[in-house]
Design a protein around this ligand. Structure first.
Ligand code: ADP
Ligand code: MG
Length: 699
């Protein structure tokens, strides 16, 4: 047996269990060894029932004497009671409130391990455990493996469908018994310097801690053995990223020239004085562009921080050097928005800016593509339609990607293939905590705009329940009377865009006819054609529409400084990041802006989200809360997001180990002790980690 042995070869795993395990991505021995306990229980303090004293935490092994939902008086509570007896012949009472489900779990005659706090129940005069942890020990106890489950620090696994923690413990133990000791792939000098245990010891002790194991450390995932496994997972990931970065740096790129003439052009284009942060960031970008290797830079900045103008400066540099620029946006509305903005500021320099989206007719597309191929268009702005194979540039020099967190790594690469090796600038408004950014965008250099344009007043955020919506509407009316504009947004639930559109349409009717009969109201939703969307947007921009009713299509983009109210209906249905993005649509002018979150029914996390937004406008704080409330998996959505699936490590819990692993990996790739070590590492990553981490090319 070795790491790549299919799990079906392990004794005790038949087709049914194998299928359950496979559904969780566990197919070979290596997978099961990487499926580490999520907590540990100290069952070494094993006592007989007769020895129990009130107040102590203890484990007993006993037989079920009786088990039932307790008498009629308590039935409403669903109180489940079981009596246990062991060799000491004393009785222990177990009680579970709302324990009705246990009727089909615990039955007379079973042997169980119970773990919990001992109390003396004066009512019955019996020793009692309230809601003890328990594990059924009778059953497939072969090979004397019973000792695995008690009398020691016991690993607790998350059950995989019907494969229980107990069974997982048994299976893992069997594997560790029959497999040859594992080799250690970590470079020895790193292991020695960091005093990391070898992989074999680490694996065994993480599953089955030795008798002197420290329970507190174990449950914090900080024993040297656990740290070693976490480190290893991060280390290979970071090595992969570092290799990818260094090979990207070897590619020949364009060395743009930035002389006084180019600088003058940039100055002539700027409609305002850049903030200090914008200046710093454009300097970093300019340095990248001058260098004869391709730029791979992430431009991070909160909504409204002024990323677009920075991108436009980079565009001027490229165009003045005789190159074309592409701008890729995640939605049509944002593409249209960028096109509007870029046309406005770049046409005064005589540049040709064009929009290309999926909703164009094929004839329009053909014509446009021809112009692009002939180099007659300086800036092409579009959605994923830009990524189609037949879009060819004459001389693509700069690819700007407004990611807003929607494009995955792969799409980024596809665009890059289009030019020779154009410089790439990715813009994102999602302020990802720094360590995460380094991992998620590990192959990019990062610039941050951490300062808002001057004269902005912080947006006031208020929460109102739906029964007070009339007051909210009169507030809206007063704002419009003062000459301002407002958004009213409805949630789009992914599978029912049609329904959301209906809701928005109905609301539009209601608002335009009954609530605001004298105010021009507009409607925007995802089913409008690109042209229609652009037309509505345009009318809102020009102030002819005062209130824009919309589904979440306006979530990104839209730059109307006169809009001062963002009213979100059913705000409890939106995610934190989404609400923060929506809020960023206002507060772009000098007047005080407001975000009003109207909710219908909320659960606890929704309440927490709303509270976070009312309290804070700090994108980084909000992003961190979001990550905490949703967990990394959901936060990053699909695999597409580029975040690798981690097994042992947890990106929230193990940040400092990630940082250490990153430092070591960068150092190792840049200064390997010997050429051989690096070659070996590259081969190892290619064989073991490339597929899992989605590292497209390594070494
Ligand atoms: P982002 O893309 O980062 O969300 P934008 O680039 O859309 O932000 O900028 C938001 C608004 O702020 C725009 O109206 C833009 O013209 C304006 N703006 C950006 N930088 C400055 C600045 N330095 N001074 C004044 N206004 C600015
Ligand atoms: Mg923007």
């Amino acid at each position: 047996m070795d790491l790549s042995t299919p799990l079906t070869y392990v004794k005790g795993i038949g087709p049914a269990r194998a299928a359950m395990l496979e559904a969780k991505g566990l197919t070979m021995v290596e997978d099961l060894l990487a499926y580490v306990p999520f907590r540990y229980e100290d069952r070494s303090n094993l006592k007989t029932i007769a020895q129990l004293a009130p107040g102590e935490m203890a484990t007993v092994i006993a037989d079920v004497l009786s088990a039932k939902v307790a008498g009629f008086k308590r039935r409403s509570l669903g109180l489940f009671e079981a009596r246990f007896v062991d060799a000491s012949r004393a009785i222990l009472l177990g009680k579970w409130f709302h324990g009705g489900y246990l009727a089909s779990v615990l039955a007379e005659g079973m042997k169980v391990a119970l773990f919990g706090k001992v109390e003396f129940d004066s009512y019955s005069g019996e020793m009692t455990m309230l809601h003890p942890e328990f594990e059924i020990l009778s059953g497939d106890d072969e090979d004397g493996e019973g000792a695995l489950h008690t009398g020691r620090i016991v690993p607790i696994y998350e059950a995989v469908s019907k494969v229980t923690t107990r069974l997982l413990r048994t299976l893992t133990h069997r594997i560790l018994q029959s497999i040859d000791p594992l080799d250690d792939p970590l470079p020895p000098h790193i292991r020695q310097r960091l005093k990391l245990p070898d992989r074999w010891t680490a694996t065994r002790h993480t599953h089955f801690p030795p008798p002197d194991g420290d329970l507190r450390l174990l449950n914090a995932f900080r024993t040297p053995e656990q740290v070693r496994l976490i480190f290893e997972e991060f280390f290979w990931l970071e090595c992969g990223i570092a290799l990818k970065r260094s090979s990207a740096k070897l590619l020949p790129g364009i060395a743009f020239e930035i002389d006084d003439r180019v600088r003058e052009k940039v100055k002539a284009m700027l409609p305002f004085k850049p903030t200090g942060a914008q200046k710093r960031v454009i300097q970093q970008i300019a340095d990248d562009m001058k260098a004869p290797r391709p730029m791979h830079r992430l431009l991070q900045g909160d909504v409204g921080s002024g990323k677009t103008i920075v991108a436009a400066e980079a565009a001027v540099i490229a165009i003045e050097n005789g190159y074309q620029v592409s701008v890729l946006a995640p939605t049509e509305i944002l593409a249209a928005q960028h096109a509007y903005y870029f046309k406005q500021i770049l046409s005064k320099l005589g540049y040709v800016v064009m929009l290309l989206t999926g909703s164009f007719t094929s004839r329009e597309k053909v014509q446009l593509k021809k112009l692009v191929a002939e180099g007659l268009v300086h800036v092409v702005i579009g959605t994923h339609a830009l990524l189609e194979k037949d879009v060819e540039f004459k001389k693509l020099g700069l690819a700007i990607i407004d990611e807003q967190h929607r494009f995955g790594v792969l799409q980024r690469l596809r665009l890059v293939e289009k030019g020779l090796t154009p410089d790439v600038l990715v813009m994102t408004a999602t302020p990802i905590p720094r360590t995460l950014a380094m991992t998620l965008y590990g192959d990019l250099d990062v610039s941050v705009i951490d300062e808002m344009p001057p004269g902005r007043k912080p947006i006031l955020t208020k929460h109102a329940t739906a029964d007070r919506v009339e007051q909210v509407y009169s507030f809206l009316k007063r704002q419009v009377d003062e000459g301002r504009q407002a958004y009213v947004v409805y949630p789009v639930i992914e599978e029912s865009e049609a329904q959301a559109m209906k809701a928005a349409e109905k609301m539009y009717e209601h608002l335009s006819r009954e609530v605001f009969p004298d105010i021009p109201v507009g409607l925007m939703h995802g089913r409008l054609s690109g042209e229609e969307k652009e037309a509505v947007m345009q009318r809102f921009k020009e102030g002819r529409i005062k209130i824009m009713v919309s589904t979440t299509v306006i979530e990104v983009g839209v730059d109307v400084p006169n809009a001062t109210v963002m009213l979100v209906e059913q705000a409890e249905r939106f995610g934190l990041a989404q609400l923060h993005q929506l809020r960023g649509r206002v507060g772009r002018g000098a007047a005080q802006s407001y975000c009003i979150l109207v909710t219908e029914k909320m659960n606890d996390t929704a309440r927490e989200r709303i509270r976070t937004l009312v309290e804070s406008t700090d994108g980084f704080y909000i992003s961190e809360m979001d990550l905490k409330l949703r967990g990394p998996g959901e936060f990053f959505g699909t695999k597409q997001s580029g975040l690798p699936s981690l097994r042992v490590a947890n990106i929230l819990r193990d940040t400092e180990i990630l940082e250490m692993a990153r430092r070591e990996a960068v150092d190792f790739v840049e200064r390997p002790p010997a050429r051989d070590d690096l070659t070996r590492a590259v081969a190892y990553i290619r064989d073991h980690w490339q597929r899992r981490y989605g590292l497209v090319t390594v070494g």
